[in-house]
Design a protein around this ligand. Structure first.
Ligand code: ADP
Ligand code: MG
Length: 729
């Protein structure tokens, strides 16, 4: 379905708005109907089985085979009652997309040949997809391409009914035959356990004996662009790379800033209500929708939830959005930077820690004692980010995010924390008060000025939107995460860093208590020490400014702008020790992960480079030559009539010069790719692809092509222009 620019534009002009009405005015009427949730489980499982499953979900208890059989039977009954004919283990390999392999529910009895509906516990718990085409980071040879998917009971099964067929999807982790975790979910689940254990230990020891579980929470704000489907298919670069590799910025971009929170175009609004309804049926509490800063850019956000489930929901939501968009002849662009010179898209990961007693550990209160607890968690997060800034940078590294970080309205590639003036004051106070003495009761806290904290609940106004990692009242917002990312990796990295900081904190406080320092004083001493040590990561100013880049350099903070270099932080000695110490990934898994990410990167740059070269040689140059020939005829005619042809001749010259630039650079880029493809070491290949293909040629070729776009007759231009793509009607 490829269109040319003009036929695509004709189609767009004829589009009729498709109105969408949700099944009921009350979301509660259909919320979660496609999820095997508590209600569905209670209806289909015998009470003892239900109890066991709940225990497995809440406390990670193992599900025995007979229980698994009973759950499978209940799930099958439920799914078939919903019209499902197939089931799939739904997993998240490191390709960046979710994966599924559908199997029919029916089975043929080997004895009597009868066909019956079947789904056993074994099939629920474990599957063996042919994994040969999933990345393995060199761990697995293709002749041993086996891998397992294993049921994750902590994320509910669901029914997918949007495209053809109705399928029961079972969230799973993906493990190689040799036992390594090679997906996004496995390490995330381990990190959730690690931070739970570390946080509960600190709480029980120093603050609160009643808490038995701490759950990291995630609310992911999803930014995206929408373009008309016909226009999308008329741009090979959007189809193949998800971003435009060529295209001159429109005369009117986002300067007027009139799009943000503006009224949503009717067609887009219908799409939003439609996909939100599908998502709500799948149990996703999507609540917020609005325009974003750039024209054609939008955002949606669900209410936060437990990280693993919220991340699964975000992955599923992206899938649902793409499928529903088809019905509205729209395409969703999740790329971090689909259009140069215009805002990119992020996925702000709002993160906090919740307890089984219903408390948010990052929420300051008016009670002094709880404030020391709050301060402990706050300072430990600051320490975690300080100590692992490079790793957090690596966790958001992708070919797409490289175009966004440090560009328009996006945080730079420098990690820093914004705390706001109130908390900065509190930490400054903590730092100054060097010899706190316990007098009576709560005085020690008051003396620290910690009682000031409640003020920040009221005053939430000085929010800094330029920080990659900002405290926003009762949670942190990791804003540097890219819009197409799977949140599992940044969330896993953050959980791991925080777990490690909390463990260290407990050790350090214990060491002081052993030396007869009073508990509260010991806690404050260690918090003070951490605050001082971590100071350089805190930055309250404008993160988008040039001054910050210079200042960060002075502070010794890294500013690693590109993915292949950032990814190296995963395999440093420090990182390997951190991952192993907290049992998140073995060195072998880390190296495999590193390898896979580098390979992904090379493939992305390779594809973009090819698409750019093809567009330049097959679309741009021939169009420019045709137009130039017309100008040459015109110049000849002018000359015959003895008229001034200098302007036309100048244009002819400019066109020649841009064509030459494109041709020379595309040829050289192709030669370079050939050379680099011979490099075996993927780390070297990725870095050289970055520096010697992407950095060396992309902008040069694009610049000349975009200049030609301005010169060549608009009628003749083959690619849909930015102004046509961006201003969706
Ligand atoms: P913004 O002003 O950045 O758009 P919102 O107030 O709309 O922020 O919230 C953004 C997201 O933060 C929402 O998804 C919300 O559910 C989530 N959020 C709120 N509290 C928490 C929390 N304790 N943990 C994780 N996410 C949270
Ligand atoms: Mg936000």
């Amino acid at each position: 379905m490829a269109y040319l620019r003009h036929s695509a534009l004709d189609l767009v002009n004829k589009r009729e708005t498709k109105n969408f009405t949700p099944p009921s005015t009350k979301v509660s009427d259909y919320f979660g109907v496609n999820v095997y949730n508590n209600k569905a489980m209670q209806e289909t499982l015998p009470p003892p089985v239900y109890k066991k499953v709940k225990a497995a979900i809440q406390n990670g208890e193992t599900i025995e085979p007979d229980i698994a059989d009973a759950v499978a039977a209940g799930m099958k009954t439920w799914a078939i009652s919903k019209g499902a004919t197939h089931y799939t283990h739904w997993f998240q390999p490191l390709t960046g997309a979710t994966a599924e392999k559908h199997d029919g529910f029916f089975d043929v009895d080997p004895v009597n040949g009868l066909v019956m509906e079947s789904f056993k516990g074994g099939t629920l718990v474990q599957q063996e997809p042919d994994a040969s085409s999933f990345p393995n980071g060199g761990i697995r040879d293709t002749f041993e391409a086996r891998g397992y998917t294993a049921w994750d009971p902590s994320s509910p099964a669901f029914i997918m009914e949007i495209s053809s067929g109705i399928t029961l999807c079972i969230p799973t982790i993906f493990i190689s035959y040799t036992g390594e975790m090679l997906d996004n979910k496995g390490p995330l689940l381990k990190s959730l356990e690690a931070v739970d254990k570390a946080a509960v230990a600190v709480l029980n020891e120093y603050f609160d004996k009643d808490i038995t579980k701490v759950t990291p929470t995630l609310g992911a704000e999803q930014e995206y662009f929408l373009v008309d489907e016909a226009l999308f298919y008329a741009r090979p670069d959007l189809v193949m790379c998800g971003r435009s590799v060529i295209g001159h910025a429109p005369a009117r971009g986002q300067q007027l800033e009139d799009h943000y929170f503006g009224s949503i175009p009717t067609r887009v609004n219908n799409f939003m209500i439609d996909f939100e309804t599908e998502c709500q049926k799948l149990g996703m509490p999507i609540r917020t929708r609005h325009n974003e800063v750039a024209p054609g850019q939008f955002e949606c956000a669900p209410t936060f939830g437990e990280v693993n489930v919220s991340n699964d929901q975000n992955q599923l939501m992206m899938d649902v959005m793409s499928k529903v968009a088809e019905k509205h002849h729209l395409k969703v662009l999740f790329h971090e930077k689909p259009f140069a010179g215009i805002n990119g898209s992020g996925k702000h990961n709002n993160w906090s820690l919740g307890t089984d007693t219903g408390k948010n550990l990052l929420s300051p209160t008016s009670k002094p004692k709880e404030n020391l607890q709050f301060l402990t968690f706050l300072v430990c997060v600051v320490k975690a980010v300080h100590d692992n800034a490079d790793l957090l940078r690596a966790s958001i590294a992708s070919a797409g995010n490289d175009f966004r970080l440090g560009a328009n309205e996006a945080p730079p590639a420098i990690m820093s924390i914004y705390l706001g003036s109130e908390l900065t004051d509190v930490l400054n106070e903590l730092e100054k008060n060097s010899n706190v003495k316990i007098t009576k009761g709560d005085n020690v806290y008051l003396k620290l000025g910690i009682s000031k904290i409640p003020a920040i609940i009221k005053d939430n106004t000085d929010r800094n939107r330029t920080s990659p990692f900002a405290f926003t009242g009762n949670k942190f917002e990791f804003r540097a995460v890219g819009s197409s990312a799977n949140c599992a990796i940044p969330m896993m990295t953050l959980n791991l860093a925080v777990a490690d900081a909390l463990n260290k904190f407990k050790d350090d406080v214990e060491a002081q208590i052993k030396k007869n320092v009073k508990k509260e004083v010991a806690i404050i001493n260690i918090l003070r020490q951490y605050t001082i040590e971590s100071k350089k990561i805190c930055f309250e100013g404008n993160g988008y400014s040039e001054e910050w880049v210079a200042e960060a350099k002075k502070r010794g903070l890294n500013n690693v702008k590109t993915t292949p270099y950032a990814l190296d932080f995963y395999v440093t000695k420090k990182s390997q020790e951190l991952f192993e110490r907290n049992s998140i990934m073995t060195s072998r898994e880390l190296h495999a992960y590193h390898h896979i990410m580098l390979e992904n990167y090379v493939k992305h740059v390779q594809i973009e480079s090819r698409v750019l070269g093809d567009l330049a040689l097959n679309h741009i140059i021939p169009t420019a030559i045709k137009y130039q020939s017309r100008l040459i005829d015109n110049a000849r005619g002018l000359k015959e009539l003895s008229l001034d042809s200098s302007a036309v001749v100048d244009t002819i010259k400019s066109i020649s010069s841009y064509i030459n630039t494109i041709k020379l650079n595309v040829d050289a880029m192709i030669e370079k790719r050939k050379e680099l493809n011979n490099i075996d070491d993927v780390s070297v290949r990725a870095k050289r692809y970055c520096d010697e293909v992407k950095e060396a040629y992309f902008d040069k070729i694009r610049y000349a092509a975009d200049k030609l776009e301005l010169i060549v007759d608009d009628e003749d231009w083959p690619l849909v222009k930015y102004r046509e793509l961006l201003f969706i009607k």
